[in-house]
Write a protein that binds this ligand. Structure first.
Ligand code: PRT
Ligand code: MG
Length: 214
């Protein structure tokens, strides 16, 4: 009997690029995910199921082994700092950059910096690594507001075109990490379900290469 494999997908912008990639890998949900309120989906493979999660919850489900695979942004994986999973594949979708940003032309003050971010652990680690003294304030959204309101000197946020920063009088400063979406697997599952995991991994790897070739 083939063991069941559960793939946890991040909803939101990543999902829109993940589903076509999975389709190329011949993994197709049994019904239209965008038209359903369900969170668990059967696929064209009897032993493969998809679950749709809040992006930040994907590493948690994979870490606990209730999902075997996970699809999540490198930013989310860095911030979760989960030990119990392997990053198997760069899916090369939803690419962006994790950067510091500040008010246009405003120099940094000569004191301990105030940094606001949703990525508070990553931000702390980055400034520590740079040898820069910084207090990090955790936010859950609208990071762009923090420097304007004087809550922080810098923010750490995702940048793509830079339009969001620009619209708020901010500019990107330093690159912390290039970001793309990754396929992760639970470490224990990778051993115990290897014969189920390996062919799927191969199909997804080929789909990524196919995408890249375009
Ligand atoms: O909304 P919620 O808090 O639930 O989560 P979310 O907004 O983080 O999720 P979602 O659906 O937006 O997807 C986030 C994931 O997509 C991230 O984890 C990244 O890996 C990836 N990604 C790729 C991005 C972007 N590009 C992106 N541009 N995530 C966010 N943005 C946002 C950014 O936060 C900023 O507000 O877009 C804005 C910047 O874009 P530009 O083009 O104006 O620079
Ligand atoms: Mg969002």
């Amino acid at each position: 009997m083939r063991k069941t494999l559960t793939i946890a997908l991040s909803k939101g912008r990543i999902l829109g690029e993940t589903l076509p990639l999975l389709e190329k890998a011949n993994i197709v949900p049994a019904e239209d995910i965008s038209k359903s309120r369900k969170l668990i989906f059967d696929t064209n493979h009897e032993h493969i199921k998809l679950v749709i999660l809040r992006a930040t919850d994907v590493p948690t489900y994979v870490e606990h082994g209730v999902a075997d695979f996970g699809v999540a942004g490198k930013d989310v994986l860095m911030e979760a700092a989960t030990k119990n999973l392997y990053e198997l594949l760069d899916l090369k979708i939803s690419k962006c950059r994790l950067m510091t940003a500040g008010v246009v032309d405003q120099p940094l003050p000569n004191r301990r910096l105030k940094v606001a971010s949703k990525f508070s652990k990553t931000a702390k680690a980055y400034f520590a690594e740079q040898g820069i003294q910084a207090d990090v304030i955790k936010l859950y959204g609208a990071m762009e507001l923090a420097p304007i309101m004087g809550l922080a000197d810098l923010i750490v946020d995702i940048v793509d075109t830079g339009n969001t920063l620009k619209a708020n009088g901010l500019e990107a400063r330093d690159l912390i990490a290039p970001i793309s979406t990754r396929l992760v697997v639970n470490k224990a599952a990778y051993k115990t379900k290897y014969s189920e995991i390996e062919p799927i991994l191969e199909m997804i790897r080929n789909a990524v290469e196919d995408n890249e070739g375009k």
